[in-house]
Design a protein around this ligand. Structure first.
Ligand SMILES: [Ca+2]
Ligand SMILES: [Ca+2]
Ligand SMILES: [Ca+2]
Ligand SMILES: [Ca+2]
Length: 315
């Protein structure tokens, strides 16, 4: 008898333990889901929160929603209506909802909202990076150099498009232009710094430079050779030119019996005069120097003019 009572007690105890275990297994806190829309935007940012919750036992009796920005939490019993909140300050905020069931068990969820300042201030708009590629970088005056900015990039930052809206160029000689590509010809020699400035859609700027070495273009030596008459003074006129400057000196060699010595020219000046005392073909040389010291020479034959036919005496 005692034995069976003990057995019964053991069985009962076992049932209680099993039942308690089952009840404990159903005593889960409610599942909560918090959704924010939008999750990013420019301040002031209106965000709509929706809460959904499932109670595993009983029902949800209330909720509390902390917006994470120090403002007063929202609370209530109606989970079906969305909750609106305006974030005025920039930053990243973690909103947290707590839902409570009728057994006082709490379910939680969070949603993260990122608020960026208007106008891109505050470091959230990274400035663009300018990339300059000019070719050729060594050239003559009046030859085109092409500069390309297409390697420039803009990192957009949060929610911002990565757009470079303006490319502006300063070629260092007073020539300014815009566009992703720019072409320029320098009118004078020198070492020039080309500056590219890129501007993104938020007004942030980046710049880069390149150095262009422009060489002087030498002059072109030319003169007219009208022919000469023995024992008559003949005028020789230089038609030389310098495309990127001016000609500063003209030296002539007329006497082809003693070679050419530019330290001792036979004449100087744009226009020169010489009298040949012997006929035949003579070699005339002209040496011109531009304002940058570049030199060009030319030589060619001048021929004796045929003797003019004597005018018959008028009767
Ligand atoms: Ca940017
Ligand atoms: Ca020059
Ligand atoms: Ca020149
Ligand atoms: Ca000579």
């Amino acid at each position: 008898m005692h034995k069976s009572r003990v057995l019964l007690s053991v069985i009962l105890l076992g049932l209680v333990v099993a039942l308690t275990g089952c009840m404990a297994a159903t005593y889960w806190p409610p599942d909560a889901t918090l959704t924010a829309s939008p999750t990013m935007g420019v301040a002031p940012l209106d965000v709509t929160f929706t809460i959904s919750a499932v109670a595993h036992r009983g029902e949800i009796v209330n909720f509390t929603l902390d917006f994470g920005d120090g403002s007063s939490p929202a609370s209530g019993t109606d989970l079906s209506s969305p909750i609106h909140h305006t974030y005025t300050a920039e930053g990243t905020f973690t909103a947290k909802v707590k839902v409570v069931d009728d057994s006082s068990l709490v379910g939680e969820d969070v949603a993260v909202v990122t608020v960026i300042p208007p106008g891109g201030a505050g470091g959230l708009n990274p400035p663009p990076t300018a990339s300059i590629d000019c070719s050729p970088t060594d050239l003559l005056t009046l030859e085109p150099v092409t500069c390309n900015a297409s390697g420039s990039t803009d990192s957009g930052g949060l929610l911002r498009p990565e757009i470079i809206v303006e490319y502006s160029w300063d070629f260092g000689d007073g020539f300014l232009t815009s566009g992703m590509m720019a072409i320029h010809e320098y009118g004078d020699n020198g070492a020039y710094t080309v500056t590219l400035t890129v501007i993104d859609d938020d007004g942030a700027t980046g710049s880069a430079t390149a150095t262009i070495n422009v060489q002087n273009r030498p002059p072109i030596a030319l003169f007219e050779s009208p022919g000469y008459t023995v024992d008559e003074e003949t005028e020789f006129h230089s038609t030389s030119s310098d495309l990127d400057g001016t000609i500063e000196s003209w030296k002539w060699d007329f006497d082809d019996s003693d070679g050419v010595d530019w330290d001792h020219p036979d004449a100087e000046g744009e226009t020169a005069f010489w009298t040949y005392h012997t006929g035949g073909i003579h070699i005339v040389s002209l040496r011109v120097e531009d304002d940058d010291g570049a030199i060009a020479t030319t030589s060619h034959e001048v021929k004796e003019r045929p003797s003019p036919t004597p005018t018959p005496p008028t009767p």
